[in-house]
Design a protein around this ligand. Structure first.
Ligand code: ZN
Length: 294
């Protein structure tokens, strides 16, 4: 599934190609019901045709097309969505489901094998982005603010990182990679992490996302950039989908488990729990439990 680095790569590719262009037509395959969430195609057309694209932004995993009437076309790729720029005469894409025709003879073509992707018109971008947490790569996100989001939470740290209301943009690939880089077990309760471990995780999240952008995203399966080309990041992963293969640092086979409902890859040796020291009261209770258990 495309995550922040993949969506940002698409945004950077398409932004100079679509900014200032007008929409002359929109077509959506009648079998692609979910794309518009029940909004009739005529309504989408009425909202888009004749509009000029003012800018193309991104927040989390959402692409935000700003229209010249102040509305927004908000696109989410979900599992297998692709958005590529092509000359009108180019042959259709595999699994092509929808097309936005631009006034310069080019198309924005939407293909989606699984059909979970979404296009929505919003009166303001805030309707989407106000629900999202900060992005780990936000220049304005301090280490202290990052740690405050984790503090006190009982959920596994992996689940907190995946929750878009806490942090926007991370998904399964980059969370597994960041937890490996920070040497933290994915199932550790977020609030149990030591302050030092949280600091390592803060830096690791930024590093893996920035590296993913530098490598133009990870193409394990379906992701392609705005020109239809694969990214490179999948060749540089340390743990994601490397189950049973030796850890690059210690040689231990990479383990796979389920955390937060998602397949999770980690090194059992390099990724210790990294818990904060227990307070005396907690240690005493734990000790008594230990004696009772015999
Ligand atoms: Zn290891």
């Amino acid at each position: 599934m495309p995550e922040l680095p993949e969506v940002e790569t698409i945004r950077r590719d398409l932004e100079p190609l679509v900014t200032g262009r007008s929409v002359v037509d929109v077509e959506v395959d009648p079998g692609t019901i979910g794309l518009l969430a029940g909004v009739p195609l005529e309504v989408l057309r009425a909202n888009l045709v004749g509009r000029t694209i003012r800018s193309l932004g991104r927040r989390g995993k959402y692409l935000l097309f700003e229209l010249d009437d102040g509305r927004w076309l908000v696109v989410h790729l979900r599992m297998t969505g692709r958005l590529v720029w092509r000359p009108r005469a180019a042959p259709p894409e595999a699994y092509q489901r929808a097309v936005i025709r631009l006034d310069d003879g080019h198309d924005l073509r939407w293909s989606d094998l699984r059909k979970f992707g979404t296009w929505r018109i919003h009166a303001s971008a805030g309707e989407v982005i106000d629900r999202l947490g900060p992005e780990p790569i936000d220049a304005g996100l301090s280490e202290a603010a990052f740690c405050r989001v984790l503090a006190g939470r009982r959920a596994p740290v992996k689940a907190v990182l995946l929750d878009q209301r806490r942090f926007a943009g991370l998904g399964n690939i980059y969370v597994d990679e960041a937890l490996y880089a920070a040497r933290i077990r994915p199932d550790t309760p977020a609030g149990d992490l030591s302050r030092a471990a949280m600091g390592r995780l803060y830096r690791a999240c930024r590093e893996v996302l920035e590296r993913g952008i530098a490598h133009r995203g990870a193409s394990f399966r379906d992701y392609v950039d705005g020109q239809g080309n694969e990214g490179q990041q999948h060749m540089f992963v340390q743990v994601f989908r490397r189950t049973g293969k030796p850890c690059y640092a210690c040689g231990t086979p990479i383990a796979r488990s389920i955390v937060g409902g998602r397949a999770t890859h980690y090194c059992p040796r390099c990724q210790r729990a990294a818990r904060r020291p227990r307070r005396a009261s907690e240690a005493r209770v734990a000790g008594e439990e230990g004696r009772d258990a015999g």
